[in-house]
Design a protein around this ligand. Sequence first.
Ligand SMILES: C[S@@+](CC[C@H](N)C(=O)[O-])C[C@H]1O[C@@H](n2cnc3c(N)ncnc32)[C@H](O)[C@@H]1O
Length: 301
Amino acid sequence: MPGAGPVTRPGERATVRLRDGGPKEPPRYAPEWLELRERADAAARAQDLLDPLRIRWAAGPRRAGGLVVHDLGCGTGSMGRWLAPRLDGAQHWVLHDRDPYLLHFAAVACPRTAADGSPVTVETRRGDVARLTPDALSGASLVTASALLDVLTREEVEALAGACAGAGCPALLTLSVAGRVELTPADPLDAAMTEAFNAHQRRSGLLGPDAVTVTCEAFAQRGATVRVQPSLWRLGPEEPELTEQWLRGWVGAATEQRPELREHAERYLHERLAACAAGELRAVVHHSDLLALPQPMDGAS
Ligand SMILES: C[S@@+](CC[C@H](N)C(=O)[O-])C[C@H]1O[C@@H](n2cnc3c(N)ncnc32)[C@H](O)[C@@H]1O
């Protein structure tokens, strides 16, 4: 799975097929990988995008039950663990994912208190983002997603944008891969690996590094104001395990996409892993966070 990285052992993938699923069943994201990336995601998130949201909510009518936040493709719930304690007031989180196993983790580990000590409650909804409707988001204060847009298709992003715009609900869509990686020290194969990885991300109609552009267009066409800010992973000696697992997944996806790279990839990965183990490798992995503010609807916050 592009962007998901392998789990703990070489050759083991970050995603596995659901036990009962057929070949069409989407692969499952390994909770271990989602846990491994959570700290880097938290450090990368564009906090400045929260201010326009607070201004929007302050200008709207006060809602008796507090904020209602829908987290799409919640996985094990890292977005809620980052955002809920940064917002004041009571919150109700509606966690969406197509994977019931991950939803269970997310519900259990959802924060229970807001920044000011107000209660945070949670419910889960199993479903596909492609089927999201404005009705499903009725009364929502915010839609969030993290590391989701790049694994969606254009049609799924259109459905998401249509549902948010139809419900007049802001969307904070974070940690989408931007298709750029800076490795230090540099290697002549870096560019070929990056190109192959990006091509792998775009396979089968997935948006990969085009996700932010396509999502901006989808929201803008529906009258929303869109802002984008960088959210960079800065990997290095402080995150050796994540750096190693990201590297294995990145090179693995690139060579799966371009088998002709295999001949050189072994040397490349070996040297990169040695540099990582020696604390000499640094990688900046570019992501983007996006805030879309649709036209407010009467009475909506
Ligand atoms: C890369 S993981 C990110 C999980 C979590 N948001 C995080 O940041 O740790 C992508 C998540 O989106 C879910 N997902 C992918 N496509 C989906 C779809 N079409 N509908 C619902 N969930 C989807 C996956 O099951 C997975 O939990």
